[in-house]
Write a protein that binds this ligand. Structure first.
Ligand SMILES: [Fe+2]
Ligand SMILES: [Fe+2]
Length: 271
């Protein structure tokens, strides 16, 4: 595990994030400062607006400005989108086409988790969107470090967590949550990343539905999908999780139909 952590520590990602995090993490930073730092990078600004609109899936009015994104979603949510957008840009550099498989899976899980939030009404959609987007953040990081060796390890693997652990001494869940911790993300988000392959850990915090929601989104998105992005996730607590969420067979069918639409949309976006 130390080996992976040392390499990630030495990479330039945290340095590139420093600027945005300085504003994002200061308790005194204002809405204007946040808008200014995001606007400084037009690509980031466009990406944040795009993610804000995706997170508000189903909202008829399109979010056109960063200020209205903050009014609608709140300062915290836009701040986290900005940090996420920065990570996306950094990890996508020099990574070629393969990285989009990881990102499209993340987008699909993010949007599916918003659907589950809407279907169940148990959790705020914007909170689930970010957790969905970041649940597998460890995977593009591992890919950036080990490139084709990592993809070869995923090929034919039925238990990514175990195989990564054996190869690198850390799984993508470990690496991702470590990274989220370095980025000063909220504890609930760090835990969702760390535990997303063991959703039974929900019993640790029965008041948070985040873990079961991310699990179910990941499960449905990964069904019938075997690309590098797929998480091939299935928990022994599956039935219990559906019960916790109050999702019955008709709810699950509705979710599957939504996921088909989400996948079409994502495929068109990454074409
Ligand atoms: Fe995963
Ligand atoms: Fe996943």
């Amino acid at each position: 595990m130390e080996q992976v952590y040392d390499i990630v520590k030495l990479s330039s990602i945290p340095i590139m994030l420093a600027k945005i995090l300085t504003v994002a993490e200061s308790p005194d930073s204002s809405r204007d400062e946040l808008v200014k730092v995001i606007e400084h990078d037009q690509t980031l600004a466009a990406r944040v607006l795009e993610m804000a609109n995706t997170a508000q899936y189903g909202l008829t009015r399109k979010i056109m400005t960063l200020n209205s994104a903050i009014s609608l979603m709140g300062f915290e949510a836009v701040k986290e989108l900005a940090v996420t957008g920065t990570i996306f840009s950094e990890l996508s550099q020099n990574s070629g086409d393969k990285i989009t498989e990881f990102w499209s899976h993340s987008f699909e899980v993010a949007r599916a988790s918003v659907c589950i939030a809407n279907i169940t009404g148990l959790i705020r959609p914007d909170a689930t969107f970010l957790a969905g987007l970041l649940h597998d953040i460890g995977r593009p990081i591992l890919y950036q470090l080990f490139k084709d060796e990592y993809l070869a390890a995923l090929e034919g693997s039925t238990d990514h967590i175990q195989d990564e652990d054996e190869l690198y001494g850390a799984s993508h869940a470990d690496v991702g949550s470590w990274f989220a911790d370095k980025c000063c993300f909220p504890e609930v988000l760090i835990m969702a990343i760390r535990l997303h392959h063991i959703p039974g850990a929900h019993v640790l915090d029965p008041n948070s539905y985040l873990l079961p929601v991310i699990y179910l989104a990941d499960y449905v998105v990964s069904e019938n999908s075997d690309g590098y992005g797929s998480d091939s996730i299935s928990s022994p607590d599956h039935e219990k999780i559906l019960k916790i969420l109050g999702v019955e067979s008709d709810g699950l069918e509705r979710l599957r139909e939504e996921v088909i639409e989400i996948k079409k949309h994502t495929a068109a976006y990454y074409k």
